[in-house]
Design a protein around this ligand. Structure first.
Ligand SMILES: Nc1nc2c(ncn2[C@@H]2O[C@H](COP(=O)(O)OP(=O)(O)OP(=O)(O)O)[C@@H](O)[C@H]2O)c(=O)[nH]1
Ligand SMILES: [Zn+2]
Length: 320
């Protein structure tokens, strides 16, 4: 009998390397070294393999079992009201896709950025629908503080109402950023995630249908996280996680939060107390920056409000 898969455990004899390219519940689709795809089941109750995981698997009749999950370089979580679950691993970067319309939520954006910072992953912010010039201008302005924080940001028109010369250039710039990397794409409903997937991976719809057929006995599902190769050489990957709502941040300590927000971090070193929560302490560098006359400071009132709300949320989650 083989031992249950455990991250970092020694591989069992006869196992083969593979990459998890889709996940549905406890079953995953594994891509073999030669590019074939096999459904694999986990051995044991724990250690669910995630999209992006490098694994060792063992063939059974027409399927396989996962014998080992290689050590992960990072791990991403999502959360709903009920609980936090991990859903993707070993990412190189995160593409946060938002749009001129519907108006993006600064809270959702901030949460996604914090989750990326916590895993030391570079986030890219893409603002879609640059063809809608008026709302686009407003949204671009709203993003000014995030550009000032140093985040990589680019305009995009994935599926413009009217084609313009710059659309192709914007897509090309994005492609340049994605090249050779595994990128998790996320964003609110209506931002253009499926449009972007279809643009970069024209066969995505067919692949998705095949995957849900294979993993879910033909029942249509949109809840699986899927890794799509953008190029034939399989060096550039886009990971789509439909139904995405919120990043799971419960694993983050409240006292860690300010170090994951570059605008706050820059002023936290001026605090009088080393364990300052930046909520009420005298001599707090963060609070004095927020209170600079006329809102001239580099920490906006809305970012500071998000910080205090998240601080309260993370302090509560810890109790159960
Ligand atoms: N004007 C304009 N509309 C766009 C652009 N890109 C996408 N859209 C439209 O925006 C709407 C939403 O696009 P989707 O690709 O379905 O967005 P999504 O993020 O996948 O949304 P969900 O499936 O709800 O998560 C569609 O009607 C698209 O045609 C763009 O660059 N410009
Ligand atoms: Zn402080």
């Amino acid at each position: 009998m083989s031992k249950p898969a455990r991250p970092g455990a020694a591989p069992a004899a006869g196992t083969q390397p593979g990459l998890v390219v889709a996940g549905f519940g406890r079953h995953v689709l594994v891509e073999t070294a030669s590019g074939e795809r096999v459904i694999c089941h986990p051995r044991g109750k724990k250690n669910q393999a995630l999209v992006g995981d490098r694994i060792r698997w063992l063939p059974t009749q027409d399927e396989g079992t996962i014998e080992k999950i290689e050590t992960r370089s990072n791990l991403f979580y999502r959360q709903d009201e009920m609980r936090t679950k991990s859903f993707a691993a070993n990412l190189d970067q995160v593409l946060i896709l938002i749009a001129a319309e519907p108006e993006f939520s600064e809270s959702q954006l901030t949460r996604a950025l914090i989750a990326a910072e916590a895993e030391r992953i570079t986030p890219i912010i893409a603002l879609n629908k640059s063809d809608l010039s008026e709302p686009f201008g407003r949204a671009w302005t709203k993003l000014a503080p995030y550009r000032a924080m140093g985040y990589r940001m680019l305009p995009l028109a994935v599926k413009p109402k009217f084609d313009a010369a710059e659309n192709a250039a914007q897509t090309a710039e994005l492609m340049e950023l994605l090249r050779g990397k595994k990128t998790l794409m996320l964003g609110p409903s209506g931002a253009g995630k499926s449009s972007l997937t279809n643009l970069l991976i024209p066969q995505a719809k067919v692949l998705t249908a095949e995957i849900s057929q294979a993993l879910n006995s033909g029942k249509h599902t949109t809840t699986s996280t899927t890794l799509y190769w953008v190029d034939e050489a399989r060096t550039t990957a886009l990971i789509d996680s439909p139904g995405f709502q919120e990043f799971g941040l419960n694993h983050i300590q409240p006292m860690q939060l300010a170090t994951l927000m570059p605008d706050l971090k820059a002023h936290a070193q001026n605090c009088k107390f080393y364990n300052c929560t930046h909520l009420h302490e005298p001599g707090c560098g963060v609070i004095s920056e927020v209170n600079l006359a006329g809102g001239q400071g580099s920490i906006s009132a809305s970012r500071y409000r998000l910080y205090s709300e998240l601080f309260a949320e993370l302090s509560q989650e810890r109790r159960y």
